[in-house]
Design a protein. Sequence first.
Length: 147
Amino acid sequence: MRALALLSFVLAGCYDPEALDCTVSCSAANECADGQVCGSDGFCASPSAAGHCGGPDGGTASSLVSVHVTIDGPGKVSIDGIGVCDGDTAEHGGCTWSVQRAMALSLKADPKHDHEFDAWTAGCSGDNATCALTPVTTLTQVGAKFQ
């Protein structure tokens, strides 16, 4: 009976809705939380991250991923605790940082001089100058357009 209770606890852990992408190994979709699938790399993840969880640490949430910010127009994007991408000084109008997978990021678009922030063109959406982003795929691209 005790072994059955332990087995139930272990299996229930696979269905934890709070589980982060790439933290639960799997062999079938029914072993993952709601909204997640079993990727080809053997980890539960959101459909957009499925198959991209493998890495030097075996696919845990501590894997590094890249965030690439592209600036279109006179402005800059800052990522709290990470850095600033200035469209005037960035090589080819963009910047790339390595961050922890599934790390919540806060981005802010700042127009220069008498210009205005227009909209996010990738990764984020809308015309609000701030964006919350949690990258889980190997490369997350974010675009910011200023006019």
